[in-house]
Write a protein that binds this ligand. Structure first.
Ligand SMILES: [Zn+2]
Ligand SMILES: [Zn+2]
Length: 82
């Protein structure tokens, strides 16, 4: 058994559980993902966008996109000089 994080009702901790009182999908809240930061690796709720421990982004974490963004920033800076 686990407690519903919204209303506090005792609900089953089995996967797929929905709180019978408030309808919250308890399993989604309890689902954990590992922080992508190699020095952190904290287990955090899937509901969160950012890791509470190191503050890095959990959703849509894409390294190649980050590189692309950094590159366009450099291009911008270079273009400003001319
Ligand atoms: Zn509930
Ligand atoms: Zn982290």
């Amino acid at each position: 058994m686990t407690k519903c994080p919204r209303c506090g009702k005792d609900v089953s901790s089995r996967p797929g559980t929905i709180c019978p009182r408030c309808g919250l999908r308890v399993y989604e809240v309890n689902e954990k993902v590992r922080c992508p930061e190699p020095s952190c690796r904290a287990l955090v709720s899937k509901k969160l966008d950012y890791c509470p421990k190191c503050g890095c982004k959990l959703k849509g974490y894409n390294f190649s996109e980050f590189i692309k963004m950094a590159r366009s920033k450099i291009d911008e800076t270079l273009n400003d000089k001319f």
